[in-house]
Design a binder for this molecule. Structure first.
Ligand SMILES: Cc1cc2nc3c(=O)[nH]c(=O)nc-3n(C[C@H](O)[C@H](O)[C@H](O)COP(=O)(O)OP(=O)(O)OC[C@H]3O[C@@H](n4cnc5c(N)ncnc54)[C@H](O)[C@@H]3O)c2cc1C
Length: 372
């Protein structure tokens, strides 16, 4: 009879910042058995970023004064220190993740894709491209990059999503970008800087300053500086309208807008319309909030599959979005503590995350409001 493999205390799926960060917190719990499965390589998503793309959150070595580098996934590390740059490219950030993984000896198995997950009474049966695994707790950290969202309109397949390399190929003449938040401003500025004439359309006008202070709802200063420079060339137009359809007309693409006008593109329009939750094979194990994002309890655990946790940018609690690394890393140590306590291990070492400004377990204090 085939021997049943041992049951892990915790299994993390995905070796991006969320997966590596959560695994590092799990490593602070002595005697916990855990591992990370990654379908590609460590930092796979960042290796797939277009080479021109950089972080918009700056790195700076403020560690030691409670201001841990915004892009760090462990309190004792800083991409600014190890990479020597403040706005890493994808390739640079993947290098940081590899070095952290190696330094802290995080057990990562690459080329191991999770293809199916079944909830059993007290464990999860996980099917992977490298064989089955059983675990008591499962942390989904599969990221959003594999789940691009196109606009809901006729002809959206005629557009190219901003995550695709084709969106970053050189463009001449007029270009329409649908979506005006961070990724829309980023790719529009990229093409304006190279000579194209770009029109961004977005009914929500996310480029406006607004009144809130939370960067999840307000352009980063660096994006605003770039946008203003692009507008000063006269080659960036911002249109407050919703795209309702795209049609091909000879050599051009015509985007219909809900204000009755049309925007014309001399190459494929770009959809900078964001990402979904990217839950892959665990999607049926979460229930959905009315806005479609996964429903989580106060421990970032599925409300219908106890023991299944979510780590990463898809975390939502009420109106709070945890879509940046400095936000979702606040939950690494919390998730690790819940898992550790259930396994009856000593979790006291995780308090070091709080001292480093990397642990929020009281979600009521997360609002961002700056007086000036
Ligand atoms: C274009 C872009 C720019 C961004 N810029 C910033 C920024 O400047 N600052 C910031 O803080 N945040 C930024 N974000 C948001 C967020 O920090 C990133 O999306 C980040 O990559 C999320 O980390 P993650 O670990 O959840 O996901 P990922 O980095 O995508 O990692 C997920 C990993 O899971 C693996 N995986 C997925 N499915 C499976 C499976 N079935 N089996 C095994 N492995 C699997 C993937 O291969 C991948 O390596 C940006 C996001 C995007 C898309």
């Amino acid at each position: 009879m085939a021997q049943r493999p041992p049951i892990l205390d915790a299994l993390v799926v995905g070796a991006g910042p969320a997966g590596i960060g959560t695994a590092l917190a799990l490593a602070s719990v002595p005697e916990l058995t855990f591992g990370v499965l990654e379908r590609g390589q460590i930092g796979q998503t960042f290796l797939e970023w277009p080479s021109a793309q950089t972080f918009l959150t700056p790195s700076f070595t403020g560690n030691g004064f409670g201001a841990t580098d915004l892009n760090a996934v462990h309190p004792e590390t800083s991409p600014a220190f190890s990479l020597g740059v403040d706005y890493p490219t994808g390739a640079q950030y993947a290098k940081y993740l590899r070095s952290v993984t190696k330094h802290f000896q995080v057990p990562v198995m690459d080329d191991a894709e999770v293809t199916a997950v079944t909830k059993l009474d007290d464990a999860f049966a996980v099917e992977t491209s490298r064989g089955p695994v059983s675990t008591r707790a499962l942390v989904w950290a599969g990221g959003e990059f594999a789940d691009p969202t196109l606009p809901r309109m006729a002809g959206s397949s005629l557009t190219v999503h901003s995550r695709e390399p084709g969106a970053w190929q050189p463009r001449t003449g007029r270009l329409v970008v649908i979506g005006g938040y961070e990724s829309g401003i980023d790719i529009a500025c990229y093409h304006v800087e190279r000579g194209a004439e770009v029109e961004i359309v977005d009914a929500g006008t996310p480029w406006d300053a607004g009144t809130g202070s939370d960067p999840s709802f307000r352009l980063a200063p660096r994006s605003r500086i770039r946008m203003n420079a692009a507008r000063a060339t006269g080659r960036l137009t911002l249109t407050a309208a919703h795209a309702t359809g795209v049609k091909r007309d000879g050599d051009t693409w015509v985007v219909s807008l809900d204000n009755g006008t049309k925007a014309t593109s001399d190459s494929r329009p770009i959809s900078a319309t964001g990402f979904g939750a990217g839950l892959g094979p665990v999607a049926p194990l979460f229930s959905a909030r009315p806005d479609g994002w996964p429903e989580l309890d106060e421990d970032d655990q599925s409300t219908i599959s106890p023991g299944l946790f979510l780590s990463g940018p898809a975390i939502r609690h009420g109106g709070l979005k945890f879509c940046f690394i400095y936000k979702f890393r606040q939950r690494f140590a919390h998730i690790a503590r819940v898992i550790g306590e259930r396994a009856e291990k000593d979790t006291s070492a995780l308090e070091a995350y709080r001292a480093a400004g990397m642990l929020t377990d009281d979600l009521s204090c997360c609002g961002v409001e700056c007086a000036c």
